[in-house]
Ligand binder design. Structure first.
Ligand code: SAM
Length: 230
């Protein structure tokens, strides 16, 4: 059975499309999507030999070799421009996901939708979206096995309209902060608690000047989050 996390990602794959799953590990997501008719074909990309072999094995066992192409390589280098409609990248940090998109910018040609599931640091992805003309069209926050995950769905902006997000929505997510469900509240309440502990330690530090920039950022974020949670 597929995790709730990856099932949520699969819900946003464009139907009848070809998609690439980057950092696919066992290729669970592409296998599930093809078996359930959520996509026509898929590419599973992996950079590390072990997970690449697991993906090959999984696809072979599921007899999906005709629909899923398993490829070894770094990030988006496993796809050609205009080869896929949709890209999924799940289970990594937001910083790493953003660097994969950044490095592979030329391969994003023709891609209509990105479905990204950062384990941490979703704000990196939202910043990248704003800077590269991708508009968030949906966000989901879920809890599974005591971990909280965010799923971000972005669509390429076709016109020359200008996409912007406020500081609060870059950090918290424009859809998530509007919905403000219990998982969201739990995540940010916990985050606030940690930030305040860090801030306290900073205030007691020997030479507070050295850390003043980080402190200011922290204080700013605390205010943003408190405002949204209240
Ligand atoms: N996507 C699966 C999931 O969500 O369950 C697997 C997540 S696993 C924690 C991250 C995978 O990404 C690892 O198998 C790792 O080898 C792969 N990976 C990391 N950096 C990569 C890159 N630049 N290109 C392709 N794969 C990468």
């Amino acid at each position: 059975k597929l995790s709730k996390r990856l099932e949520t990602v699969s819900n946003y794959i464009i139907s009848n499309s070809t998609f690439a799953d980057i950092g696919s590990d066992h290729a669970y997501l592409p296998c599930y999507a093809i078996k359930n008719g959520l996509a026509k074909s898929a590419i599973a990309g992996e950079i590390v030999e072990g997970p690449y072999q697991s993906a090959l094995q999984q696809v072979k066992e599921a007899k999906l070799e005709n629909n899923i192409s398993v490829r070894k390589g770094d990030g988006l280098e496993v796809i050609e421009a205009n080869e896929v409609d949709c890209i999924t990248i799940a289970g990594m940090g937001g910083g790493l996901i953003t660097s994969i998109l950044q490095k592979g910018a030329d391969r994003l040609e023709g891609v209509k939708r990105l479905i990204l599931q950062p384990n941490i640091g979703a704000h990196h992805i939202r910043n990248w979206c704003v800077q590269n003309n991708w508009e968030l069209i949906a966000e989901v926050i879920i809890e599974e096995d005591e971990k909280i995950y965010e799923i971000l769905v972005a669509s390429k902006i076709q016109t020359n309209e200008f996409y912007k997000l406020t500081d609060a929505s870059l950090l918290l997510g424009p859809f998530l902060m509007k919905e403000k469900n219990n998982v969201f509240k739990k995540k940010w309440t916990e985050e606030l608690k940690q930030w305040k502990t860090i801030l306290e330690k900073m205030n007691k530090a020997e030479n507070p000047d050295k850390i003043s920039e980080r402190k200011e950022q922290l204080e700013k974020n605390i205010l943003l989050v408190e405002e949204v949670l209240k």
